[in-house]
Design a protein around this ligand. Structure first.
Ligand code: SF4
Length: 360
């Protein structure tokens, strides 16, 4: 059951073939950390991200070489690409000409009106959308002076930037309001939500390494989604971006919004556990990452409580002394030697997946 009571009503925009906003699924996106002009490395990373479920990818465009590389990158990947531009409007135009699907800019740091108009005209011509990326760390000077680096300042900056584009009759806009702390981020989106119907790209920026990053993202993104705010999301981690995608889908799964691939539940182990459950859980998790079925798998430490505690799982294993048991929906099926547990479990999962897809 979803925790979301009511999703905020927004306009719908397109990022390539992915719809964002209104009733379209909340998409999960990431950003490459390769040098964009290194086409081979960038394509390799995007293909790995696609495999993990990434639906939109953003690439940094710090110079003309990177902008021009977009054309070659797009030929080898399937998901839409957003060009991340700061300051130089010519890079936005070059990216659009290279076939990018959307731009991420902050009109406030593009400068003069005629430069912004050139970008907007180009976006209209190429039918691409624009994300206004407001960041607490780079607010317009006058706004920062008036409101400080606050959620209110972020909201004001977003409204000004939305107006700049809408005054040029450009409406294919989404907006992000990012700060590195959860409370300002959440507050900024809450303040902006009643003021516009522009879809929201949500996330907590510079969230940190694995533990802080996942905790801050899960809380920040989770709170917003639970309030019905957010149409596309990026988890920001100082890690392989594939981890961002996995975390993104786990946040959506935990909220009952969307799921992707098998769900793994596992017990923390306690004094009753007599097998190396951490390794078994790790090996199983790794194997399940390659699969896309919606099966629920349990890895439990003991046969006494495990199957009962994981009754709702489609299939699971529970550890015994040197052996383990295989159970389906809480019912024990057979005993298996410890060293064959993962292998046999995966075979059984294959069978269930085949049954579900009607192959046998
Ligand atoms: S399933 Fe067994 S080993 Fe795992 S936490 Fe529960 S009682 Fe302990």
């Amino acid at each position: 059951m979803s925790l979301i009571e009511k999703r905020r009503k927004t306009r719908q925009i397109s990022v390539g073939n992915v719809k964002v906003g209104s009733d379209s699924p909340i998409s999960v996106q990431s950003m490459t950390n390769t040098q964009t002009q290194d086409v081979q490395a960038t394509v390799k990373q995007i293909l790995a991200l696609e495999k993990a479920g990434c639906e939109i990818i953003r690439v940094a465009v710090p110079d003309m070489e990177a902008a021009l590389a977009i054309e070659k990158i797009k030929q080898k990947i399937s998901i839409p690409v957003i060009a991340d531009i700061h300051f130089d409007y010519r890079l936005a135009i070059a990216s659009a000409k290279a076939g990018v699907d959307a731009l991420r800019i902050n009109p406030g740091n593009i400068g003069e009106q005629k430069k912004i108009k050139a970008v907007v005209d180009c976006a209209k011509e190429h039918k691409i959308s624009i994300r206004i990326g407001v960041n607490a760390g780079s607010l317009e000077k006058n706004i920062e002076k008036r409101f400080g680096i606050t959620a209110k300042a972020m909201k004001e900056s977003a409204l000004i930037n939305i107006k700049i584009l809408e005054d040029l009759d450009f409406h294919d806009i989404k907006v992000s309001l990012k700060a590195s702390d959860v409370s300002r981020t959440v507050q900024a989106y809450r303040l902006l939500a009643p003021k516009t119907d522009v879809p929201f790209h949500i996330g907590v920026t510079e969230a940190g390494g694995l533990y802080a990053g996942i905790a801050k993202s899960a809380i920040g993104i989770g709170m917003l989604l639970a309030e019905g705010l957010g149409d596309t999301m990026r988890v920001s981690l100082t890690r392989d971006p594939v981890e961002e995608i996995r975390t993104g889908f786990e946040i959506l799964r935990a909220l009952g919004i969307r799921s992707r691939g098998p769900e793994l539940i596992s017990c923390p182990t306690c004094g009753r556990c007599k097998i190396d459950l951490f390794k078994i859980a790790h090996d199983t998790e790794k194997a399940l990452l390659e699969r896309s079925s919606k099966i629920k798998v349990a890895i439990m430490g003991c046969a006494v409580n495990g199957p009962g505690e994981a009754k709702e799982a489609d299939i699971g294993i529970a550890g015994g002394d040197g052996k383990g048991i295989l159970f389906k929906k809480g019912k024990v099926i057979r005993k298996i030697d410890q060293d064959k547990l993962v292998e046999q479990l995966l075979m059984e999962i294959d069978n269930i997946e085949n049954e579900k897809s009607g192959d046998i």
